[in-house]
Design a protein around this ligand. Structure first.
Ligand code: IPE
Ligand code: IPE
Ligand code: MG
Length: 254
């Protein structure tokens, strides 16, 4: 057996996270180490996306969200932003068939209207063409940030309060959750960040409240199936207490 099959066999299929959220970080450093520009790193990140999506679908994970472009990433040099957008259009267009062959539905969360009409058209086309797929949802977080999402949800709720359909004392966690970008998607049980940075960088701030966080030094373009397996194995060893004591959790099972 190969190393990666060994690892896969250590995963308990009964205890899989339903939703894994990933911060794909380290493309620039990966390229720099090889004497190339940052864009070269982004181009090589695409293979890691493919491998990760395939591994997640094979395992039976229902949702995977990939942080592909943050609200703050708009502040990067113009050439890099343009190259990322070009890469996005090309990749999305090129992957529609593979997504359909693998029964994977593409979705997107974020301030999508801030993207160019061309990027948005390609994105919507791929979303539309894969909308019937049911095995796994591959969610791209694009022009996304957790604070933007929370502010956007509050704006929608404020409008309902103004028109009288919601009363102020009806605003609770459930109502706020229902106004997030994709309220049908369960909160991620596991969040993975590559590249050795130990921060959230404005990802899923609301939804990560009780997620298990996993950090790896691997730079995103090097991330492969085995690295996803390692994160899930680590996740499965943890005890999720949600504020309770360890004893309470054991009693619950009995
Ligand atoms: C992640 O890699 C990709 C995006 C944020 C779009 P980076 O581009 O952040 O790479 P580093 O972190 O500078 O190495
Ligand atoms: C987070 O990575 C955003 C994405 C992966 C899309 P960044 O590289 O932008 O985050 P910081 O700047 O290191 O916090
Ligand atoms: Mg980075």
């Amino acid at each position: 057996m190969t190393d990666h099959q060994d690892l896969r066999s250590l995963i308990n299929p009964e205890k899989l996270p339903q939703h894994v959220a990933i911060i794909m970080d380290g493309n620039g450093r990966w390229a720099k180490k090889r004497g190339h520009n940052r864009i070269f790193g982004h181009e090589h990140g695409v293979e890691a996306v493919r491998q990760t999506a395939e591994a997640a679908a094979e395992l039976g994970i229902r949702f995977i969200t990939l942080y592909a472009f943050s609200t703050e990433n708009w502040n990067r040099p113009k050439e890099e932003v343009e190259a990322l957008m070009r890469l996005l259009v090309m990749t999305i267009h090129g992957e529609i068939k593979t997504l359909n062959d693998n029964n994977i539905r593409l979705r997107a969360i974020g301030d999508l209207n801030s993207m160019s009409a061309e990027v948005l058209a390609q994105l919507n086309d791929a979303i539309e063409q894969t909308s019937h797929n049911t095995r796994m949802d591959l969610v791209l977080a694009l022009s996304y940030s957790g604070r933007w999402e929370i502010a956007d949800a509050l704006k929608k709720i404020a409008i309902q309060i103004r028109n009288g359909s919601v009363q102020p004392d009806e605003v609770d966690e459930k109502l706020i959750s229902a106004h997030m970008c994709a309220p049908d998607i369960p909160e991620p049980e596991l969040m993975i960040r590559t590249s050795g940075e130990y921060r959230i960088s404005n990802y899923y701030l609301w939804q990560l409240a009780y997620s298990e966080l996993y950090f790896t030094n691997i730079l995103w373009p090097d991330f492969r199936k085995k690295d996803l397996y390692k994160a899930i194995i680590d996740f499965q060893k943890r005890e999720r207490r949600f504020g309770q004591t360890s004893e309470q959790l054991t009693n619950d099972i009995e």
